[in-house]
Design a protein around this ligand. Structure first.
Ligand code: SAM
Length: 292
């Protein structure tokens, strides 16, 4: 997008727990994963009608800590999840330590360090919290993300059913990756297109025997012609169900805001009076297989 580069939060996704991710992004009112809430129920219902199957496989690109799955499988949105990781925990806000469900995550099999023990406890409590809210147990969610710590958390918490950490921007998937990534009904991309691009999309779509539905939210102002061409090459029809720029998060700082507005001005895209005036914005992109 011209000269605009949003602030990189990549290091937030390299921690064994999502605390840093929530602490940095919750104050910016991050809403990226929650976009799924508006379009997904209808998309999933349509897919179930079309396939005649209740069980659907979702492939979450750049899944991070599995936050999309929290919403889809457990009805837990970003803000609700973030409240489990308060910046300054008050007494009594911690979930119960000895609840009978708090033993769900895989047990530690080696002599663990104190840090690993704490991490394990937190993951176990998150897993119990999520299990108690199970909403759609007929979704299989597979995550693709280069961050192993993030997907390890998501697997242990029960958010993901399987994960792939290969960087498909650079290399082909392994045989094991292929098995995990194939047969997707829906490919989801929230907060993804600033981190990965056509190479990943192309490699993922090439593995599918039947074209999946693809639902993503590129940044408002991000060129999407190449994404659309790639989707069309895979027999997908691209629509923009909601072209309005929607708040993804507040700007990290004034410099980011200025750079974003400058790039929108260069592209002659309006932003005054819209959410893009105060926020980094996205617009939805939906691609579905041709009927018949
Ligand atoms: C902004 S986060 C999005 C997380 C989540 N989808 C959300 O909406 O909050 C971007 C993620 O992209 C991942 N990532 C960066 N480069 C990637 C690549 N080449 N392939 C897959 N994931 C990548 C990062 O590790 C990080 O978890």
């Amino acid at each position: 997008m011209g000269t605009f580069t949003k602030q990189s939060f990549e290091s937030l996704y390299q921690q064994p727990l999502p605390g840093g991710y929530f602490h940095r992004l919750a104050p910016l009112r991050y809403r990226s994963p929650d976009f799924a809430r508006r379009l997904l129920p209808g998309t999933l219902a349509q897919l179930r009608r079309r396939t005649g199957r209740r069980r659907l496989k979702i492939l979450d690109l750049a899944c991070g800590y599995g936050i999309n799955s929290a919403l889809l499988k457990f009805g837990v949105d970003f803000a609700t999840f973030a409240r489990r990781y308060p910046l300054h925990p008050a007494r009594g806000t911690e979930p119960p330590r000895n609840s009978p469900q708090a033993t769900a995550a895989p047990t530690l099999t080696h002599a663990a360090t104190p840090h690993e023990v704490v991490t394990h406890e937190v993951v176990s409590r998150d897993a119990a919290f999520l299990r108690a809210r199970a909403k759609d147990t007929e979704l299989t969610v597979v995550g693709l993300d280069v961050s192993r710590p993030a997907t390890e958390y998501a697997l242990a918490a029960g958010l993901l059913d399987a994960a792939v950490n290969t960087d498909l921007e650079r290399t082909d998937p392994t045989a094991a990756d292929r098995a995990v990534l194939a047969e997707a009904d829906l490919v989801l991309a929230t907060g993804a297109f600033s981190y990965l691009g056509i190479a990943t999309l192309e490699r993922v779509l090439a593995l599918q025997s039947t074209p999946p539905v693809v639902l993503g939210w590129p940044l408002y102002g991000q060129p999407t012609e190449a994404i659309a061409r790639c989707l069309a090459d895979h027999r997908l029809t691209v629509t923009r169900p909601d072209p309005t720029p929607r708040h993804q998060r507040y700007f990290a700082d004034a410099r980011e805001r200025e750079a974003y507005h400058y790039s929108l001005r260069r592209l002659r895209l309006p932003f005054v009076g819209s959410a893009a005036e105060t926020s980094l914005c996205v617009t939805s992109l939906l691609a579905h297989p041709a009927v018949g």
